[in-house]
Unconditional design. Sequence first.
Length: 106
Amino acid sequence: MTIFYILVADSASAGFQKSGTQGYHSFAGDKDSHKHEEEKFAKSLGDILQSEYHGRKFDELIIVAPPRFLGDIRQSLSKDCMSVLAKTINKNLVKQTETEVIAQLV
């Protein structure tokens, strides 16, 4: 089974969506608070991925994120998730549709 996790973001906000579940969002302010919120969001994302991993929702992980945020995500991943991290793509795909993003991964 393949499950896609899509990070949704623009200049004012960031969010995490998984089809059929509650969304997680953080909103930007000044640069320091924006960075803090990005780090909190990355931690939340890492926690969610850890839970999904233990729930056997995936056995391989591919992360696509802008370079600056990708570093935050990597730092938030558990050893379990890092062990199944197959690929990271340093790219901001925020202006593409979910279908366009998925097409680049398969």
